[in-house]
Design a protein around this ligand. Structure first.
Ligand SMILES: Cc1cc2nc3c(=O)[nH]c(=O)nc-3n(C[C@H](O)[C@H](O)[C@H](O)COP(=O)(O)OP(=O)(O)OC[C@H]3O[C@@H](n4cnc5c(N)ncnc54)[C@H](O)[C@@H]3O)c2cc1C
Length: 356
C-alpha cells in the first residue's frame, strides 16, 4: 500500500463523516447497505474504536416535487429491505427545534430519515483499518509517491515511485481526486473530473443537533461532533482543480444556506474550514472494477460520498483484484459504462444530489 503522504490525510481525513445507504438505484443502495452493515460491526472486526454513531440522517424537503422524490427514494429503499421513514413537518420540529420549519421562503414540509445512518470518526477509521491491515501482513509505505505506471504489451508490470521501482502484476488505484493523474501514467483517460469540496466546523457548543440534517432548499448539511463543534458543508466550488483548499464565495453560500435553515447559527463563530479534491463522475455513481489495461484496477469516482463506502469499496476492490472479476455488488459499477451508456444516474434522481 503506497501513500504519497501520511495515510488518512486525503479525503478520508477531510470529510464530514456521514454514513448512510439511502440511495435510490438498487445497484447503489445494495452496495451502500452492504457497507452500512459492515460499519455496524466494524469496531469489533477491527478491534478499534471508530466512534460509529447511528444517530440518524434526515434530508428535508420543501416542495411537493421534492416530497415525491423523497417518497420514491424511501419506497425503493424499503422494497430492498433498507430502513427509510417519512417524517412530517411537526416531527421535524420536534426532532430539531433549531430548524426554522415555518421559514417564509423555504417552509419545511417534512423529511426522509434513515435512522441507521449517522457518522463515524474519519481518522480513527483510517488508523483502525491500517492497524488491522498491518496485522494481516500488508506493508504500508508512507511518503512514497507513485510517479509512473509501467505497462508492457497491454499489461501492468510495476510502478515507479519516489523511493524506487516496484514490480507488480496487479495494481489497484484508490487515489480519489488524483485518479485522472494516476490513470494517465498508464496512458488511460478516465471520465472523472476533479473538483474541490469544502467543509467547516464551528466553535464548540452544547449538544444542539442530534442527527445529520440536510437542507433541501440550498447547499447545506450539518451534524455535531462529540467535541461540540457543528460540522457542516455544502456543494462543490464548481470548477476543476487539484487544490485542497476552497474559495470564499462558497464559504458565504454555505453559511447563508445554514442560517436560512437554522437562523441561530448566525450567532456562532466558524473555527476551521478546509477542502478536499473530489473524483466526480457525471452519473454520480462510483467505479470499482477492471480497466482496459490488464492487471490495472480502480476504485474511484466517489464524488461526495466515498467515506461511507469505505468498508464496502475496500471489500469489493479486493474481491475484484483477487478474482479478476467483479462481485455482484459492483458488477454494474464499471468504467466501461461511460462508453456503453449503461449509466447509473443517481445524480439526476434528487432530491439531495449534493448530500454527502
Ligand atoms: C469536504 C468533504 C466532505 C465529505 N463528506 C463526506 C461524507 O460526509 N460522507 C461520505 O461518505 N463521503 C464524504 N466525502 C467524500 C469522501 O471523503 C471520499 O469519497 C473518500 O474519502 C475517498 O476515499 P479514498 O480512499 O478513495 O481517497 P483518499 O482518502 O483521498 O485517499 C487517496 C490517497 O491517495 C494518495 N495519493 C494521491 N496520489 C498519489 C500518488 N501519486 N502516489 C501515492 N499516493 C497518492 C493521497 O495522498 C490520498 O491519501 C467528503 C469529501 C470532502 C472533501
Amino acid at each position: 500500500m503506497l501513500e504519497k503522504g501520511p495515510i488518512g490525510l486525503g479525503n478520508t481525513g477531510r470529510n464530514t463523516t456521514i454514513v448512510r445507504s439511502n440511495y435510490l438505484l438498487p445497484q447503489n443502495h445494495h452496495f451502500y447497505e452492504h457497507s452500512l452493515k459492515l460499519w455496524e460491526g466494524l469496531e469489533q472486526d477491527l478491534n478499534y474504536n471508530a466512534m460509529v454513531s447511528q444517530r440518524g440522517v434526515v434530508g428535508l424537503f420543501h416542495s411537493e416535487g421534492a416530497k415525491n422524490a423523497a417518497v420514491r427514494r424511501g419506497n425503493a429503499m424499503r422494497l430492498s429491505g433498507i430502513d427509510a421513514e417519512l417524517l412530517d413537518k411537526e416531527q421535524i420540529r420536534a426532532m430539531c427545534p433549531l430548524i426554522d420549519v415555518d421559514n417564509g421562503r423555504f417552509p419545511v414540509m417534512g423529511g426522509l430519515m434513515q435512522r441507521r445512518g449517522g457518522t463515524a470518526r474519519h481518522d480513527a477509521v483510517a488508523w483502525g483499518f491500517a492497524r488491522a491491515a498491518d496485522q494481516r501482513g500488508v506493508d504500508i509505505i508512507q511518503h512514497c509517491e507513485v510517479t509512473g505506471i509501467d505497462v508492457e504489451g497491454g499489461a501492468v508490470v510495476g510502478v515507479q515511485t519516489t523511493r524506487g521501482p516496484i514490480k507488480a502484476k496487479k495494481i489497484g488505484l484508490a487515489v480519489a481526486g488524483n485518479t485522472s493523474r494516476l490513470a494517465q501514467m498508464a496512458g488511460l483517460d478516465v471520465p472523472i473530473e476533479s473538483h474541490v469540496l469544502q467543509a467547516f466546523v464551528s466553535e464548540g457548543v452544547k449538544p444542539l443537533v442530534d442527527q445529520v440534517i440536510t437542507f433541501g432548499a440550498g447547499h447545506f448539511y450539518i451534524s455535531q461532533s462529540d467535541k461540540g463543534g457543528l460540522v457542516f458543508g455544502g456543494g462543490l466550488d464548481g470548477w476543476n482543480t487539484y487544490a485542497q483548499r476552497g474559495n470564499l464565495p462558497v464559504v458565504e453560500h454555505v453559511w447563508s444556506a445554514g442560517v436560512a435553515m437554522m437562523p441561530s447559527l448566525s450567532r456562532l463563530r466558524g473555527l476551521r474550514q478546509w477542502g478536499g479534491v473530489m473524483d466526480m463522475t457525471f452519473d454520480g455513481s462510483h467505479i470499482i472494477g477492471k480497466t482496459p489495461i490488464q492487471g490495472l484496477y480502480m476504485t474511484a469516482g466517489w464524488c461526495y460520498g466515498g467515506f461511507k463506502a469505505t468498508p464496502a469499496s475496500g471489500w469489493c476492490h479486493a474481491w475484484t483484484i483477487a478474482q479478476d472479476a467483479p462481485h455482484t455488488l459492483n458488477e454494474a459499477h464499471t468504467l466501461d459504462r461511460f462508453r456503453t451508456g449503461r449509466l447509473l444516474d443517481e445524480r439526476g434522481n434528487g432530491p439531495f444530489p449534493w448530500m454527502q
